[in-house]
Every structure is written in C-alpha cells, then in structure tokens.
Design a protein around this ligand. Structure first.
Ligand SMILES: [Zn+2]
Length: 421
C-alpha cells in the first residue's frame, strides 16, 4: 500500500472494500446478492446491530420492471436492513446499493479484485457504490468499539437492482413501510457535492393504429408509420418548448462544465419506435416510446398533460388519426432545499471533513432514492465517495482516491456523532 498511515481507518476500509468488490454483484443477472448480503450482515452483527433480510419476490421484480428481458435476470433479489437503537430521539436512514453494472471491456486491472495503484483503489463498484458501505462499516466499528454511540438511531438499508430498476430493492422496502426514519442519507452520490435534487422521470407510450394491406394497393390501407410522422412532429415542437425551460437549481459544477449547462433542465425524448413487418405490407401499428425528465419545479401530471395535448393537436389536424397514449411516472423528482437543516448538517460535516466548501447540486438523472424518500416522507440528500468524472462509474477502471476514502470516513464520523436536534 502506497499511502501513509492515518487515523481515519483507511486501511481497514480498503480491506472491506476489496472483499466487497471481490463479491461480483453485477446485474444482469444479479445472482450474487445473497453473498454480499451475508458478508455485510455478518459485519453489522459483529457490531451488535439487528439485521433483517428482505427479498423482493422474483415475479414482482419482473412485473414491476417490464422492460427487462426476464431470461437475463435470475437469483434472489435480497436486500439487507441493519438497525441500531442508540437511544436517540431521531433516526437516520443510510442507504446505498450493493449491485454494480457489468465490468465491460477496456480495464487496465482486473475489475473484480480490488487493486491499489497510484493513490487510488480500482474495481467495479469502487465508487458506485461499495466504498460507502466499506466506510460505514469501518466508522461504525470505531465508534461502537470505543464504547460510544451515534447521535442518531440508525437504519441502514443496503439494497439491490438500483442499476437496472426502475423498481429497485429500495423502492420495494419503501413500499413495505419498513423505511422509517427522520432523515435520509444516500451514499450513492459523489464527493464533489451534496446532491439535493434530481429530475423525476415519466415514461410514455403512444400506439398509432392503421390498417394492413398489400402494399401495391396501399391506398386501401392505413399506414401506421406514416400516420405517426405528424404526431412526432408535434412532440418535437413540444420538446423544443420544454427544453428551453431552465430550473433554478444548479447542476454540479463538475458535470455542468462538461455539458455546458449550469442549471437543471427538463427533457423530452423519443426513445423507441417499432412498427411494420415487411416492405410489401402496409403496417397496421406503430408504437413509439419515450421519456420525459421533470425538474423539481415542474409537475408530473402537468408534464403528462402537455404530451397528451401535443398528441391532441395532431388529431385535430388529422381527424382520421387513431392512437392512444399511456403516460406514467417512474420516479418523482427529488428536492430538499439547500437551507433545510438536514442538508446543512450533511454539508457542514462534508465541509469540515474534506477541508473545503462542498456545494449543493442537482442531477439530470432520476433516483430510486427520490421514490423511497417520497414514500417514506423524509428529507433526503446524497453524498458519497468518488468523483463524477474522474471515478469512471459505469466505465472501465472505476476508481476512488484513497484520500477521498479517508475524508469520507472523517465525514461519516462527524455526521454520526452529531446530536441530531
Ligand atoms: Zn449508484
């Protein structure tokens, strides 16, 4: 190991992180969650935490995630809850996910071994999101073994299928009503800033109907693909109106710089189109699927209404157009105001642990954390180990800086030892 010894327990965190990375929890298939749950469960039990395994029934996993090819997903969809009654007035829910995306190609090190090199730890899941788990086990161990107690009761939720969703293990345990607490810390974030906002997501599906016929007599049929074109044009003009809107919530400076935007923005996408069978048959249906990212200032129902109205305009122009639209929310937006006491508390611990001012920011993506926090009615924010660009989450050579691990250990200690009142 090339780093110098420190008092934050970095070596111990690295050992735990290495063991976690060696448990390959890539999804698909997600067939190895049991091993990761067994490992973390035994670590929490050593510290006298109460643990509980909560498994999402497989048929529910498939029916709630209908876009996943079922043959690629197998194994037990098991999640872990660990709780500690510290005798405090308030309970902090701490969450992140155990699953990782597949390694893919292009690695300079073995992705599931955990390699330390040039001041960094490399491995799939290093930053997204196993380092947070390793840090939590380390810090909690230090606190409890020294005879102290955190300033909060703790409910730790290590969940699965975050990377495939939308209906992840976290959504499931939130719906079961077991996610009870006062404040929510997601460790599925970066060390660049405290994430306080994310876009909600809506999924929409438009089915355009036609009438099949021999293409030589196509004037006798109704071409569903050709009928879709004016509808798509209406949707594209809606897209350009929507995407001119700007949220008041600032993006992460690191990510924003890369993308050339400073604030969050709404988005409308046409993502999938399918129709037609053969060149000489008039297609009788055309199905168009898309999504819409809704900023925290927008309203999900209003966003669906805008899409419905765009389709309605196409119908007005062409009364023979037959189609139907389905529009449903996947995740709500997340927003905890920067002046919220919980955000302040997280931010202050982060500032002092990292020795620099950590800003709050929003993300364009949509989070299962937003769903869980909305169901459980808790203020939530995310702060984790890793850098948005440098750490390469979902890319080859995913890594975390050893100094970030050390600072995050310090952060968690400050946050956990603070009296939450
Ligand atoms: Zn993640």
């Amino acid at each position: 190991m090339q780093h110098s010894k420190d008092d934050t327990g970095t070596d111990e965190t690295l050992n735990i992180l290495r063991e976690l990375v060696c448990i390959n929890t890539q999804v698909p298939p997600g067939d190895n969650y049991g091993e990761a749950v067994a490992y973390t469960e035994s670590r929490f039990r050593e510290l006298d935490l109460r643990t509980e395994r909560i498994t999402m029934p497989h048929d529910m996993f498939l029916s709630k995630n209908p876009n996943l090819p079922p043959e690629k997903y197998y194994g037990e969809r098991v999640n872990l809850l660990a709780s500690l009654d510290a005798g405090a007035d308030r309970t902090m829910v701490i969450n992140t996910h155990l699953d990782v995306v597949p390694a893919g190609n292009g690695w300079s090190v073995a992705p599931f071994e955990g390699v330390v090199k040039d001041g960094k730890f490399y491995g799939r899941g290093a930053s997204d999101s196993k380092a947070g788990i390793a840090s939590l086990i380390t810090v909690l161990g230090h606190i409890i073994e020294s005879g102290q107690m955190p300033g909060y009761n703790l409910l730790i939720a290590l969940t699965t299928d975050e990377e495939v969703g939308p209906y992840s293990g976290l959504c499931y345990i939130a719906d079961k009503g077991v996610l009870k607490g006062d404040v929510f810390l997601s460790m599925d974030g970066s060390s660049d800033d405290v994430t306080i906002a994310s876009n909600g997501s809506i999924n929409w599906k438009l089915t355009v109907h036609g009438k099949s016929y021999h293409s030589g007599y196509s004037f006798m049929g109704v071409n569903a693909i050709e009928k879709s074109v004016p509808v798509m044009n209406e949707l594209l003009s809606l897209k350009s109106r929507i995407e001119r809107r700007v949220s008041n919530i600032r993006m992460s400076a690191v990510a924003g710089e890369k993308m050339g935007i400073t604030n969050m923005k709404p988005v409308l996408n046409i993502s999938v189109i399918s129709g037609g069978v053969k060149d000489n048959i008039v297609p009788d249906t055309c199905v168009i699927i898309g999504d819409r990212r809704v900023t925290p200032e927008e309203d999900v129902r209003e966003a669906c209404r805008e899409i419905r109205e765009a389709v309605g305009r196409a119908k007005e122009k062409d009364p023979s157009l037959k189609c139907e639209l389905a529009c449903s929310q996947i995740y709500p937006p997340l927003y905890t105001p920067p002046e919220h006491p919980w955000v302040r508390e997280v931010q202050e611990a982060a500032d002092s642990a990292f020795g620099t001012a950590i800003e709050t920011s929003g993300t364009q993506g949509s989070l299962d954390v937003a769903y869980a926090a909305a169901v459980a009615g808790m203020p939530a924010c995310a702060f984790g180990i890793g850098r948005r660009v440098e750490s390469g989450a979902h890319a080859p050579d995913e890594n975390v800086r050893l100094e970030d691990i050390s600072m995050y250990n310090r952060f968690l200690r400050l946050l956990l030892m603070r009296r939450g009142d």
